[in-house]
Design a protein around this ligand. Sequence first.
Ligand code: AMP
Length: 293
Amino acid sequence: MPIIHHRIKELRAAVKPYRSQQRVALVPTMGNLHDGHLELVRLAKQHADIVIVSIFVNPTQFGVGEDFDSYPRTLDDDVAKLATVEADYVFAPSIDEMYPVLPPPTLIRAGTITDQLCGQSRPGHFDGVGIVVSKLFNIIQPDIAIFGQKDYQQLAIIKQLVRDLSYPIDIVTAPIVRAVDGLALSSRNQYLSSAERKIAPVLHQELQCLAQQFVDRKHIEQGSDILIAEAGKRITAAGFVIDYLEVKTDQLESLLNNDTAESQTEAQDLIILVAAALGRARLLDNQLVTVNQ
Ligand code: AMP
């Protein structure tokens, strides 16, 4: 079983002896763990000797009217799952422990990268992510930290944070883990009714369909906007309310290309990103596309 610490001081004391000789990995989460999170831990174990999983539903990244109060909190189950993948420590602080003053007067601003995608529809969200991740980096001082590609804009913002604040931490990217029908695993999937859960894989199917078309540069030149609009219509017809459905080649991608050598795969030319609500659940997904030259 992993050892659980709720206090910063205790966790620091526990990790200190390892620091000089062994590699320490951090896997930050908000808990209610699923196989996607466990895959992050497995990846962490490949890169490090000691794996610390943080479980903290961070109030500063939730906006007014969002699901902070109802977000599932399942610490005992989470710890049991983490035992199966041999995580070493769980850091599960209280809100007071993390934020002596709430909201914290010190801000981390990610800048113009948040003018788009989730940053646009969730103002202040990435400032909250920035401060909590900075705090976790300072508390744990890991050698590496693992983040999922599922939250692609978050990943890009973390890489920017590491670059701009000179954190000596390698960021490793974990691929998206999906249910057998293609739906990206997410703690928020449990907000779906059984009827909505049957519809939900449409998001991934439409991304795959677009990706197949975009592999051929000719299709992009002939008008990616039309293809995106058609896919958007099908997603809406299935019952989703789309927040965004976009293809990017810009700043996000160039930030991602600063990946560590270990996590770097082949050249990735485009990324298709979607956020859409289905009932009470806001679902995210994305698909990388390597375009034929
Ligand atoms: P969360 O607990 O939702 O804040 O997510 C914690 C970490 O797990 C983030 O780095 C996410 O990108 C990652 N993650 C969430 N869902 C998945 C998934 N289906 N596959 C891979 N990583 C994921």
